[in-house]
Design a protein. Structure first.
Length: 422
């Protein structure tokens, strides 16, 4: 019985963020990925067992730990036996590479990753072979992924954000990419110890997707283990009198004054950072809710509009107007598919109309606002109590839109309605 596994070794992102006016920013992006050879096994249970799920767990434990040294070796395969209780025996390099350092590091890797989960019931042991990548950015099958990773990093750099207090918390992630570059899944390999740092890392990857289609020769779905965050021991320092000074360390100036690196973030920026942190985490939670609703009723699920409108509010709170508009437009499209739900449709028309107005899209805004006013006035005929603050606000927005277009007479008519409402 054969079980095919996929090992994607650790993709470590080191951001050298040199926070000093005199020291430029740099980054090192060091991806390693691998496609293991099929595992071979002996002394199995009498009945056949599908080992794909089990071997994936083994792969996930090994991947984040593998960071090979520079080597001329083109291929490295390790063999070992997993006992029933998950312990490891008979560990060896399958074919000598000529690089003892590389081989010793690979064997130490397996020892560190062990023990694995217990084998499925009735299976006394399992012998496996893993092909580990040896070249930076090149898979075990010879596909050069470096340019792909560079592009992937650019996307993540644009999508990932944390406040200063979380800059130096490193979060290991497992990212699964489909053949077309869309995001299949992203999850924590383990918690960083800070719940918000974990959530913001997940949000960053979701906001970065989709990535470029996978290169030819790379099987999908493709898993990348990726550590995101700044390394405080390296990345936050200045050079003073030829010496490296880390954040929090003190140094003596030429005038004999002992000082330290300080956070110069303004109070206004701190408030915005807190607001952005909370908004992004809320968006992460809403992403999960949306995914659940889509699974239940598809992308046009009628329970989605209020969730999308709330999502848009979070975008607006951190000045992401374009993204907010996309969310409310999607909500409106869903509402228009069920016109019998008049209250929901009216709310969507008002929200999208007001947002288009605020963005200066007056033509689009007028179409939506006049539709909303007509719906509201039909409701008033049935129920006069609908002449409420919402109606007054809607008329006021429409009047201001008319004034912006120098249509003063029409605007005055709207203000007259407002005055009659008291």
């Amino acid at each position: 019985m054969n079980a095919r596994t996929k090992l994607n070794a650790a993709l470590t992102l080191t951001l050298l963020n040199l926070l000093s006016a005199t020291v430029p920013q740099a980054l090192t992006f060091a991806p390693f990925t691998g496609e293991p050879f099929p595992s071979n096994h002996s002394a199995l249970a009498a009945e056949k067992v599908n080992l794909d799920s089990y071997m994936k767990k083994v792969s996930d434990k090994i991947g984040p730990l593998w960071n090979p040294p520079k080597t001329e070796a083109k291929k490295l395969t390790v063999k070992f036996t997993i006992n029933a209780n998950g312990s490891v025996a008979d560990l060896a390099v399958d074919e000598p590479t000529g690089d003892k350092v590389l081989e010793e590091q690979a064997l130490a890797l397996i020892k560190k990753a062990a023990p694995f989960a217990a084998l499925p019931p009735g299976m006394p042991k399992l012998t496996v072979s893993f092909g580990l990548p040896t070249q930076r950015g090149v898979t075990a099958s010879g596909v050069n992924m470096q340019s792909y990773y560079d592009d992937m990093w650019k996307h993540i750099q644009a999508g990932w954000w944390v406040p200063k207090r979380l800059l130096f918390i490193r979060v290991p992630l497992k990212i699964v990419i489909n053949k077309d570059g869309s995001l299949n899944a992203v999850s924590l390999i383990k918690s960083s110890g800070d719940a918000n740092a974990d959530k913001l890392a997940l949000v960053g990857v979701r906001r970065a997707a989709p990535f470029a289609p996978l290169p030819e020769g790379v099987d999908a779905p493709f898993t990348v283990n990726y550590t995101i965050g700044y390394d405080g021991s390296k990345d936050h320092f200045v050079i003073w009198n030829g010496q490296k000074v880390n954040m929090g360390d003190s140094y003596t100036s030429a005038g004999g004054v002992k000082t330290t690196l300080k956070d110069t973030t303004t109070e206004k920026d701190k408030q915005f950072h807190l607001r952005k942190e909370n908004a992004l985490i809320k968006m992460s939670e809403l992403d999960d809710v949306i995914a659940a609703k889509e699974k239940q009723g598809g992308s046009e699920n009628q329970e989605l509009p209020p969730i999308l409108l709330e999502y848009a509010k979070q975008h607006q709170s951190i000045e992401e107007q374009k993204q907010a508009l996309e969310k409310v437009q999607r909500a409106l499209k869903i509402c228009e598919a069920a016109p019998e739900k008049k209250a929901e449709l009216l709310r969507c028309l008002v929200v999208v109309g007001e947002m288009e107005y605020s963005l200066g899209n007056l033509k689009e805004a007028e179409t939506l606002l006049t539709r909303a006013i007509a719906m509201k006035e039909e409701a008033i005929k049935v129920n006069p109590s609908e002449k409420d603050a919402d109606y007054k606000s809607l008329l006021n927005t429409y009047a201001r839109l008319l004034y912006k277009q120098s249509r003063q007479k029409e605007a005055d008519e709207q203000y007259k309605k407002i005055k009659e409402l008291g």
